[in-house]
Design a protein around this ligand. Structure first.
Ligand code: AMP
Ligand code: MN
Ligand code: MN
Ligand code: MN
Length: 291
């Protein structure tokens, strides 16, 4: 079985539609695919409503979401897996997240205007086309209008931390985020621990805070990752008694270094999230083999 438990679609900042994402996952031999769009389950619901799902895609869809949260005032991403996308408590929570994204988007637009870039909010919204409004939509607008060549440059010059259009917002506490994921019947996973640019001390503090509020797992492998990082995260998973997840964090086929389902296998001493009793029972497996 091949698990990819972190991907994005056009419901947030991904390039492929939820259907195209599944086509690609099937082509790549994935057995369990989680769609984890930023602060929305719209793509998951769209797929769950496809009447001939099982004949179109021989794959298990894991309903998921990637929620923006804060720990000590800093932003982190918490992935919710195997949750009920229709749960009322989750729905209400995600409406609030969308409001925060809208408010932040308006402020990013104003800041860009002050920097001489007109129409960015309208432009980003047009690109988002109803999706969860994300910074990559602004980045795409900046590229489209010739303000820079690449998305990364847009983050480096305008949208990244400390740059002219950086807007600090306080996302809900990690405690609230873990609670809402649990209330929707899901597992809460600390996303891509190596991608926050934290010192070892600060990462340990963040993981301790996550564990203290009931967090279930961490992403031991996120996309293309060097072995020493994986080894270090494996030790942290044991220290904090967190199960291990993995995923490509796939956004676009151009991201050839981390295609869907192409990440490395979990080390044998890792405890996979799908072997936690509450999930293994639902999957109908006690022990599963993984790559
Ligand atoms: P948001 O959730 O709206 O703050 O946007 C975060 C998303 O922006 C991440 O999930 C990435 O997809 C993307 N992102 C963040 N930093 C960069 C960067 N330096 N270059 C390209 N994309 C980025
Ligand atoms: Mn993203
Ligand atoms: Mn993320
Ligand atoms: Mn992601």
């Amino acid at each position: 079985m091949i698990f990819d438990l972190h991907t994005h679609s056009t419901a947030s900042d991904g390039l492929l539609s939820p259907e195209q994402l599944l086509d690609r996952a099937v082509d790549n031999g994935v057995s369990h695919l989680a769609l984890t769009d930023h602060d929305t389950v719209a793509g998951v619901e769209q797929l769950q409503n496809v009447a001939d799902f099982s004949s179109r895609w021989p794959i298990n869809l894991v309903p998921g979401v990637e929620i923006s949260a804060s720990i000590d005032g800093q932003p982190y991403h918490i992935v919710g897996l195997w949750l009920d996308p229709t749960a009322g408590v989750l729905k209400n929570f995600l409406v609030q997240q969308q409001n925060l994204r809208e408010q932040r988007g308006a402020m990013i637009g104003l800041k860009l205007e002050r920097a001489g870039i007109i129409g960015a909010l309208a432009g980003a919204k047009k690109i988002a086309a109803g999706a969860s409004l994300s910074r990559p939509h602004f980045a795409q607008y900046l590229v489209q209008e010739g303000h820079c060549d690449k998305l990364q440059q847009a983050f480096k010059r305008w949208l990244g931390q400390g740059k002219p259009a950086d807007v600090k917002i306080t996302w809900p506490s990690v405690s609230d985020v873990v609670s809402v994921i649990h209330d929707a019947g899901g597992l809460a996973v600390f996303a891509h621990p190596d991608k926050y640019g934290l010192t070892k001390t600060r990462l340990r503090k963040a993981l301790a805070a996550f564990k203290a509020v009931g967090g279930d797992g961490l992403e031991l492998i996120s996309g293309h990752q060097d072995k020493p990082v994986t080894d270090y995260l494996l030790r942290l998973s044991h220290t904090f008694e967190l199960a291990c997840s993995m995923g490509s964090d796939f956004h676009t086929p151009q991201q050839h270094w981390s295609d869907i389902g192409c990440h490395k296998a979990l080390p044998v001493t890792a405890i996979p999230v799908w072997q936690l009793p509450q999930i293994a029972g639902r999957l109908g497996v006690q022990r599963v083999e993984h790559r």
